[in-house]
Design a binder for this molecule. Structure first.
Ligand code: ZN
Length: 295
C-alpha cells in the first residue's frame, strides 16, 4: 500500500442523461422525452467498474432522472453507494431566484426520498453553479435539511467557476454544514482543474495520479467527479455546439482505463464518510489561508 492510500478520497457521480447536461439541449425540457435516454446503460457500465474495485461512490441524482428511472436509483443504493441530489431540471443555480432554487431542492429531495426512504445529505449544483453570485444557496440547502454541499469549483473556465473559493473541505463557521470543493492543483498562483469531466478525460493518467498523490501527501482528500455519459461512446452527437463537442464528447474512450487504474491506486469512500473527518477537525479556515496552503 502506498503512503497516500491512507487518505480517503471521494469519487462522485452527477447522475443525468447526456441531453440534460448539454447546455444546448438542457432548456428543451418538453423535448427530452423524444431524445434517446441512455442513462440506464451508461450507469450500469459505471456500476460494473465500481463493483469490480469495490469502490463506493456518491451519486448526485437529478430529480427528473429519479422520477423516471426509480429502479436505477434503487439499484445504485442497493450497491451501497450514497444518494445525494443534483437539482430537478439541471438548471444553473445562479440563474434561479432563491425561491426557484428552493423548489428545485424540495422536488429533488422528494424524488429521491420516495425511492430510498432516506433523507439525502448532500447536494451538487448543476454545472457547479453555486458561486459568488449565489450567496444564499448554502443557507437554502441547510434550511432544507441537507448536511453538505459539493459545488464549489475554485477555477475559472468557459462555463463555470468560483476562483476565489476555498480549495479544501471545510465546515461552515458555527454550523453543522460542510462544503467539499472539487479538487484542483495549485501551481504558483493558479488553481488548475484536474478532478473530473473533460479534464480527467483529456489529462494523461500519470498526471492525474501525480496530482491526487500530491493532495493526499498533504493530507487532503481528492474530490473527483464524473458523469455516466462520459464513457458512453454510443450517445447521439446531435445538437452539440463546437464547445460542447470538445467538453462533452472528447476523451470518452480513454476514461474507463484511467478509472480502473485510479481505483487500484487510491482509496475512495462516499462523501458522507469524509464529512465526519471534516467535522472532527472542525476547521473553518479563511479563504485566504486556504489559498496559500500547499498541494
Ligand atoms: Zn450535472
Amino acid at each position: 500500500m502506498t503512503p497516500q492510500a491512507t487518505v480517503s478520497n471521494a469519487f462522485t457521480v452527477d447522475l443525468e442523461d447526456w441531453f440534460q447536461g448539454l447546455t444546448s439541449t438542457n432548456p428543451l425540457v418538453e423535448r427530452w422525452p423524444e431524445m434517446e435516454s441512455r442513462v440506464v446503460p451508461a450507469t450500469d457500465f459505471l456500476l460494473g467498474i465500481l463493483r469490480q474495485h469495490q469502490v463506493t461512490a456518491t451519486f448526485f441524482v437529478l430529480g427528473y432522472v429519479a422520477d423516471h428511472y426509480p429502479a436505477l436509483i434503487e439499484k445504485i443504493a442497493a450497491a451501497g453507494h450514497e444518494i445525494g441530489i443534483h437539482g430537478y431540471y439541471h438548471r444553473f443555480v445562479h440563474k434561479l431566484s432563491p425561491d426557484e432554487f428552493k423548489e428545485e431542492i424540495e422536488r429533488s429531495i422528494q424524488a429521491v426520498y420516495a425511492i430510498t426512504g432516506e433523507m439525502p445529505l448532500g447536494h451538487r449544483a448543476p454545472y457547479f453553479s453555486v458561486n459568488a453570485r449565489t450567496p444564499w444557496a448554502l443557507d437554502v440547502l441547510q434550511e432544507k435539511g441537507l448536511s453538505y454541499d459539493s459545488s464549489y469549483f475554485p477555477v475559472r473556465n468557459m462555463l463555470y467557476g468560483f476562483p476565489e473559493a476555498p480549495r479544501f473541505p471545510y465546515r461552515m463557521n458555527g454550523r453543522n454544514f460542510v462544503e467539499f470543493p472539487l479538487s484542483t492543483l495549485r501551481i504558483g498562483s493558479i488553481n488548475l482543474p484536474m478532478s473530473g469531466g473533460f479534464y480527467m478525460r483529456t489529462l494523461p493518467y500519470f498526471f492525474l495520479h501525480w496530482a491526487i498523490a500530491r493532495l493526499n501527501r498533504a493530507g487532503h482528500p481528492a474530490i473527483l467527479y464524473h458523469h455516466p455519459w462520459e464513457m458512453d461512446t454510443g450517445q447521439p452527437m446531435r445538437a452539440a455546439t463546437p464547445r460542447e463537442r470538445l467538453t462533452h464528447y472528447h476523451g470518452r474512450r480513454s476514461l474507463p482505463g484511467k478509472l480502473h487504474r485510479l481505483f487500484d491506486a487510491f482509496r475512495f469512500v462516499p462523501l458522507r464518510q469524509l464529512m465526519e473527518d471534516v467535522r472532527e477537525t472542525a476547521v473553518t479556515p479563511h479563504t485566504a489561508d486556504l489559498q496559500t496552503q500547499g498541494a
